[in-house]
Design a protein around this ligand. Structure first.
Ligand code: HEC
Ligand code: HEC
Length: 212
């Protein structure tokens, strides 16, 4: 599909369908719109778009309200710019939603398994990321950021460009979550250290983990 072929009236009409009461047992009706960018079952098909299947429901809900309330940038992804996905930011998407719709989406996506994805990586750079992770991040993002019970976001097997952008947002203070134990170290990292973290989580960390 190419830009221009999308009919926004139909896609956004899905929101209205959801508001009118979708099938109670199935996924919320608006999922058709989310899947275009985030994939049907995940992982996300685009480097700059995060996998959202299996993130903790509380993190998904917080993200959606953060886009609405201005705590996260309204970014249009590269896939929108080159016509591989619709030309909309997450802020455009949440603008038409109420709290109940956000909760339904968070519960549904939060109940799906998280499918880790491995992007190509540079082993030396990733090794620097691993050291930083062990020192500063494992305490909350346990098992390399793969355990939804942490109620912190999933990092292992998240897409590389998305992770790098998210780290840059924290580094610049453009995205605020109010967790100094995470935001302070990230603000102090060099660009190479931020590259190394994204390289590690999206690369070697995505390999299967030993059983717990
Ligand atoms: C046009 C493509 C597009 C569509 C459609 C879309 N998203 Fe997104 N989504 C993105 C991009 C790009 C980001 C990352 C933006 C950023 O850098 O903050 C994102 C981020 C998110 C996040 C934050 C994830 C995290 O790890 O913090 C959630 C949650 C999310 N989207 C849910 C949804 C839901 C639910 C829908 C459907 C109602 C949806 N998205 C539709 C492109 C899209
Ligand atoms: C004190 C606990 C804590 C520590 C330490 C911590 N984090 Fe986090 N992190 C969280 C929580 C909780 C969230 C989810 C916040 C939200 O979305 O509301 C999160 C979210 C993130 C996200 C956003 C993921 C996404 O899906 O957009 C990234 C990236 C991240 N952390 C990286 C790191 C890195 C790298 C470190 C180590 C330098 C680190 N965190 C240390 C608790 C922590």
């Amino acid at each position: 599909m190419r830009a221009g072929r999308y009919c926004w009236a139909i896609l956004l009409g899905l929101l209205a369908a959801q508001a009118a009461g979708a099938d109670e047992d199935g996924p919320p009706a608006i999922i058709g719109l989310c899947s275009v960018c985030h994939g049907d079952t995940g992982p996300s098909p685009f480097l700059g778009v995060p996998t959202i299947h299996g993130l903790p429901a509380g993190v998904i809900l917080a993200s959606l309200t953060d886009y609405r309330d201005g705590y996260r940038p309204c970014r249009v992804s590269a896939c929108s710019k080159d016509g591989r996905c619709p030309d909309m930011s997450m802020c455009d998407i949440v603008a038409a939603m109420d709290d109940e719709q956000m909760e339904e989406l968070a519960d549904w996506y939060g109940g799906q398994p998280f499918p880790p994805h491995q992007d190509p990586y540079d082993a030396e750079l990733a090794a620097i990321g691993r050291e930083l992770h062990d020192r500063e991040c494992e305490i909350c993002h346990t098992r390399l950021g793969s355990d939804p019970r942490d109620d912190a976001s999933m990092l292992r097997g998240q897409r590389k460009v998305y992770l790098r952008t998210a780290l840059e947002d924290f580094h610049q203070g453009r995205r605020v979550i109010g967790i100094p134990a995470m935001e302070e170290p990230i603000r102090g990292f060099t660009p190479e250290q931020l590259d190394a973290l994204a390289e590690f989580y999206s690369g070697p960390a995505a390999a299967p983990l030993p059983a717990e």
